[in-house]
Design a protein around this ligand. Structure first.
Ligand SMILES: Cc1cc2nc3c(=O)[nH]c(=O)nc-3n(C[C@H](O)[C@H](O)[C@H](O)COP(=O)(O)OP(=O)(O)OC[C@H]3O[C@@H](n4cnc5c(N)ncnc54)[C@H](O)[C@@H]3O)c2cc1C
Length: 353
């Protein structure tokens, strides 16, 4: 099972990816150097889509940049949680697999030669009297003029069902992360959840799985309207007001799921071999919780320019909180472009005309 402790990558269930494709490799800047790290204009914390687009924006404005990513691969949630899922709502791409979007973002973001530190978790910041911020990691401190936090939801922790006999079969028919889609081909698949992730998995597996059943504890889906419409039109069995309360295993793998109707309490068995539980993720910013940033729950409060309460520390993407924030790749791109622009105009004031 993929735990949140340390940079344990790839988790056992993702080992397929070594054969099927190559993650963006660590460039030579990860090799420890004798000399002190260079001062950069912007340090980006997090190598998800927003952090990568932040690198591009920094380069565009002529700012030198460094990026820290706690995992040994780039891509954030896209690479860790849904590399093969098709994304439909990024401007300019009617449909693109998550891994391919990461690949494109990495090529776009790294073209200006940012200093990339993979497998390096940022644990805090020290603001010096000279206006230089020291970015602290277990491997040492790195000087910067500004920081953009693009750390998303931090460590990826799925919300577990808390039904021991289900959770015990994780990796043996119960999936909290979906890596490659092939293991679901020609299988009877149960998807638990009613949000966008659950709907996306159903739509991505349509025509590939032998049968697809969705259960949701409420009486209506909470996903995008278009997805809900497609679910109602597609080859799915939709069971509302149902929860998963048990599983039967055969030869160490899921063979059937026990479903309970929340309204009547009646139970039934459904023959399935694979169960995807998509009931959300628990944000965990780890050491960043201890910093002096103003938080709203597990998110960092920002103003319209992406500024946090700490001078020269900005934030963008899933990590931020402001009225009407929605957690999407597209919104994160706009937020990080705004933050980098604000940094650039303060670091490099335009000459008066
Ligand atoms: C199953 C699923 C399907 C989705 N589908 C879509 C979709 O179709 N369209 C869409 O727009 N959105 C989708 N989303 C949401 C989308 O993935 C997020 O909005 C997006 O990933 C946010 O990007 P980010 O860069 O802000 O954060 P993340 O992708 O979370 O990346 C943050 C990165 O920061 C790193 N990090 C965290 N803490 C530290 C630290 N202290 N030091 C160094 N590195 C750190 C993390 O390891 C991570 O790599 C989906 C989400 C899920 C779970």
């Amino acid at each position: 099972m993929y735990t949140s402790a340390g940079a344990d990558w790839p988790p056992a269930e993702f080992s397929f990816r070594r054969e099927s494709w190559s993650p963006v490799p660590a460039p030579s800047s990860n090799v420890p150097s004798e000399s002190l790290p260079e001062l950069v204009d912007v340090t980006v914390v997090g190598g998800g889509p927003v952090g990568l687009y932040g690198l591009y924006s920094a380069g565009l404005h002529g700012l030198s940049a460094r990026l820290f990513e706690r995992l040994p691969v780039l891509g954030g949630q896209l690479e860790a949680l849904y590399p093969e899922k098709v994304i439909f709502d990024v401007a300019g791409y009617p449909a693109i697999a998550a891994h391919d979007l990461v690949d494109a973002l990495a090529r776009q973001g790294l073209q200006f030669g940012a200093d990339l530190k993979l497998g390096t978790e940022v644990v805090g910041f020290d603001a010096g009297p000279d206006g230089i911020i020291a970015v602290k990691t277990a491997q040492g401190s790195y000087p910067t003029r500004s920081v953009v936090l693009a750390a998303g939801i931090g460590r990826f922790e799925p919300r577990h069902l808390g039904v021991p006999e289900v959770d015990n079969l994780e990796g043996r028919g119960v999936h909290y992360f979906v890596g490659p889609l092939r293991p679901f081909y020609d299988r009877d698949v149960l998807i638990v959840g009613g949000g966008n992730s659950a709907a996306d998995w159903a739509l991505n597996l349509a025509g590939k799985a032998r049968s697809l059943t969705l259960i949701h504890r409420r009486d209506a889906f909470q996903c995008h309207k278009d997805s809900a419409t497609k679910l109602h039109e597609g080859p799915f069995t939709l069971m509302m007001n149902r929860i998963l309360v048990g599983v039967r295993e055969e030869r160490g793998h899921v063979a059937a799921a026990r479903l309970r109707a929340v309204t009547t309490g009646s139970e039934e068995w459904l023959s399935v071999q694979e169960i995807i539980v998509a009931i959300g993720l628990i944000p965990n910013l780890g050491p960043l919780y201890k910093s002096e940033l103003t938080l709203a729950g597990s998110e960092v409060v920002v103003d319209p320019a992406g500024r946090t309460n700490v001078p020269w520390i900005y934030a963008a993407g899933d990590i931020v909180s402001y009225p009407a924030k929605i957690k999407l790749i597209a919104t994160g791109f706009g937020e990080v472009a705004t933050a980098i622009y604000d940094i650039s105009r303060h670091l490099m004031p335009r000459p008066a005309h």
